[in-house]
Design a protein around this ligand. Sequence first.
Ligand code: NAG
Ligand code: NAG
Ligand code: NAG
Ligand code: NAG
Ligand code: NAG
Ligand code: NAG
Ligand code: NAG
Ligand code: NAG
Length: 534
Amino acid sequence: MRLPQLFPLVSLIVTVASYPSPSFQERCAALADSIELDQPFAINVAQYLPPNATIDYNAEGLNETCADTIAYPIPVGVCRLNLRVATSERSELYMEVWLPEQWEGRLLTTGNGGLAGCIQYPELAFGASSGFAAFGTNAGHNGTSGGAFYQQPEVLEDFVWRAVYNGAHIGKTISKQFYSKDCGKSYYLGCSQGGRQGFKAVQEYPELFDGVIAGAPAIDLMASIAWFGYAYETLGFNANSSLISAEQWLAVEAEVLHQCDALDGATDNILEDPTACKFDWTPLLWPSSNSSSPCLTPTQASSVAKLFAPITYANTTLHPGHFHGYEPSLLTILYSPLVSTWLAEAFRYIIYQNLTWDPTTFTLADAYTAYTLNPSNANTFDADLSAFRARGGKMLHWHGTADPLLSASVSELYYNNVRSAMDASVEELDEFYRYFRAGGVAHCSGGLGASFMGQLGGMAVSESPEDNMLRRIVAWVEQGEAPEFVRGTKFVNESVEIGVEFTRRHCKYPRVNKYVGEGDGTDEEGWVCVEPET
Ligand SMILES: *[C@@H]1O[C@H](CO)[C@@H](O)[C@H](O)[C@H]1NC(C)=O
Ligand SMILES: *[C@@H]1O[C@H](CO)[C@@H](O)[C@H](O)[C@H]1NC(C)=O
Ligand SMILES: *[C@@H]1O[C@H](CO)[C@@H](O)[C@H](O)[C@H]1NC(C)=O
Ligand SMILES: *[C@@H]1O[C@H](CO)[C@@H](O)[C@H](O)[C@H]1NC(C)=O
Ligand SMILES: *[C@@H]1O[C@H](CO)[C@@H](O)[C@H](O)[C@H]1NC(C)=O
Ligand SMILES: *[C@@H]1O[C@H](CO)[C@@H](O)[C@H](O)[C@H]1NC(C)=O
Ligand SMILES: *[C@@H]1O[C@H](CO)[C@@H](O)[C@H](O)[C@H]1NC(C)=O
Ligand SMILES: *[C@@H]1O[C@H](CO)[C@@H](O)[C@H](O)[C@H]1NC(C)=O
């Protein structure tokens, strides 16, 4: 069934027919008319993109808030479709299907970020250039705002699971029709909200993907958003009148590094294992014997310490607390418009359906309501992955230990929940689910750590599975080559042009990265993954 054609078919590049076997471009030109789906759809754009082509995103009505998620040029030739697909009587999604000229027989579904609503074009380009037929949706609404969820439970369903589910199925159907072949293995790649979408598939739709890469997942979603409400409640809503000044946060970080940086054997401002940092606040207390740094009053210290400890309400632990080691960026994120907007939108549009809800009234009672209400099971924290194990799926989960937006503490908690729920040893989980802590890496990329791991578009330094998560998940699923580590590359000032600063292997949890080499930790061979002390 087709929706009325709302948009003209554009840019059909037709070349002279070459009988008997039609060229890739000819087959691409014919694709739009031959698509059969079992749900209503309309084709927005159908075009052949030659290598290094650019897309005029503005001409296609890209939402202005999605400007950060575009990519160009596209390095390989692809047959590109943009479709509008109904997901229920009251919801629809937009999606891209990129079918590369050099197809290696695999499928890749890509995820979203933030409160979603933006197709992640860099991941599509990454997938297509790696030989995958690549798909991505807008998660069922346009733009970074969550306003579309207000009194629209179907739009929320799309965001929580249905967009990825539909996107993967539609992408597979179209790939089969286009290539006239059965498709091989199906993969998923996402970070942040995209990491959560990957976990949702593994938890509830285990047949969907053979291999999943989920980075910095926004799992325990309601609690992770509410944590920021708790931080505002504790420190104040206004950066200018925060209980702790920016200078004091710097002093806290300096003291954290003083006490904990060398625990992993390297003094490099990176905490490889933040759980090993049993931070003692007393050296920071006023009056301090160390008058060279700004100190904290006991009230300030006990208040801020609560943010790094489990948050409990009504006998329920809502959040494990953030890690130490990135205090100034935590403050920056807290007082950024991004986080205050998330908090307000989550409660106004999803939890209370109250457009005038005032975030400055937040208390832990609100956090508890969000946690227990868990609309559409957006928390994505179900820990029994037996069905995914049984179907032979592989899950590569990773999280930067210096992520100020979504704490890696939640990823660790989740891994340990899975162990308990499945009554499994680490070795048993290793068969299908491995978690990697990326020391010093911030949210999805960046930070002081070695963050180029092939985990997203633009983050691959080589095609080797050791450096490239997308190649790694393929090697694990198709050759049984499971990862013992994930190697990251750190570039000077995050600039590939300036050059490599160091490389480091990120260890498989619960192993701990220890430095036994010379100097400040920049020698990759100086690091070893050791069993945790029990
Ligand atoms: C695409 O652009 C890159 C970088 O400019 C260049 O190295 C490559 O040869 C181009 N590919 C094609 C097919 O033109
Ligand atoms: C949503 O985004 C798509 C793709 O960019 C665009 O074609 C469409 O017009 C947008 N829809 C709305 C309602 O703005
Ligand atoms: C872009 O999306 C936001 C919501 O995320 C919406 O408020 C805005 O109107 C959209 N812009 C256009 C041009 O549709
Ligand atoms: C905080 O202080 C800065 C610099 O003095 C000022 O520009 C800004 O408006 C203040 N913000 C608020 C929310 O008061
Ligand atoms: C004083 O505190 C600063 C910052 O925390 C630290 O770098 C320095 O080593 C401390 N000095 C002493 C004598 O403890
Ligand atoms: C918390 O647990 C204690 C001890 O089991 C119980 O007495 C109390 O009623 C519980 N409080 C709430 C709010 O559930
Ligand atoms: C909506 O939120 C406002 C501000 O927090 C509050 O005063 C009002 O009672 C709420 N409305 C409902 C229907 O709960
Ligand atoms: C890296 O950035 C720092 C701070 O902006 C700057 O001082 C330094 O010169 C840069 N290094 C290089 C090699 O560009």
